[in-house]
Design a protein around this ligand. Structure first.
Ligand code: ATP
Length: 235
């Protein structure tokens, strides 16, 4: 069985003194994709922020690669191989695609190494290399965000609402790439409000409701039906 790379153990977290995560347990193995789903405000983004060291856990433990890193700074977690691709993608719109990639040379990788990995996975980025990132389509910007993340050679990839504002076909293509990234040994934790496409590639799914994991298991039909009921119920 492959190695557990990311674990949240009984994580509680608060915003402005109000508890929004009530003891979340999550574990992601190398080579696997876990989908963390749930309605608006359930605490999905906060969970990813705790995993990236951006938000403190009020209690509970964060374990990366078997090492307890609770309370570590985002920089320490980045060096431990944790990479967060936030909602909104976080590319620099006024820099070209090439410049966005070039900035990732802080990792110690050369420009050529970074471009080789990025352009092999996303050939359209090579064709758009001189173009300002802000002029790319949403899907291409998400590719660039993923390519920047891959330049850090992540052990754990945290993806927040990758599908935001994108057409289903584009989302499907991006998730195929995410599945392939996982196959190379990365532990991937994906947050989505609702996206069937992520269930097509996920090995495990967890449903977060008001800061608690209400359901976890295989992304099977039963889970899909329950999710539909949850969203219809909360509409
Ligand atoms: P969404 O899909 O809307 O992003 P989410 O499941 O990612 O939702 P979070 O963004 O983690 O949920 O928010 C969980 C709870 O914490 C919500 O009630 C939200 O209002 C609150 N919250 C999030 N960020 C802050 C903040 N910076 N300050 C105060 N409260 C916050």
């Amino acid at each position: 069985m492959s190695r557990m790379l990311l674990e949240l153990r009984r994580v509680r977290a608060a915003h402005d003194g109000i508890t929004v995560l009530h003891g979340v347990d999550l574990a992601v193995r190398a080579g696997e994709v876990t989908a963390l789903l749930g309605p608006n405000g359930a605490g999905k983004t906060t969970t990813l922020r705790v995993a990236a060291g951006l938000h403190p856990a009020a209690s509970g433990r964060l374990v990366v690669g078997g090492r307890d890193v609770t309370g570590a700074d985002p920089g320490d977690l980045a060096r431990a191989g944790v990479c967060l691709i936030p909602e909104g993608r976080g590319v620099f719109p006024n820099l070209s695609v090439r410049e966005n990639l070039l900035m990732m040379t802080f990792t110690g990788r050369t420009r050529a190494q970074i471009e080789e990995v990025a352009f092999a996975r996303f050939p359209v980025l090579a064709r758009r290399a001189a173009q300002r990132a802000g002029t790319l389509s949403g899907g291409e910007q998400q590719m660039l965000a993923l390519a920047r993340g891959l330049a850090t050679d992540p052990a754990v990839l945290l993806l927040d609402e990758l599908s935001m504002g994108l057409a289903p076909l584009v989302v499907g293509g991006l998730y195929e790439q995410v599945a392939d990234i996982a196959r190379q040994g990365v532990a991937v934790l994906v947050v989505e409000q609702f996206a069937a496409a992520v269930l097509d590639i996920a090995h495990h799914a967890a449903v977060l409701v008001r800061g608690r994991v209400e359901r976890r298991g295989d992304p099977d039909d039963a889970l899909r039906t329950e999710l539909s009921a949850l969203y219809l119920g909360s509409a």
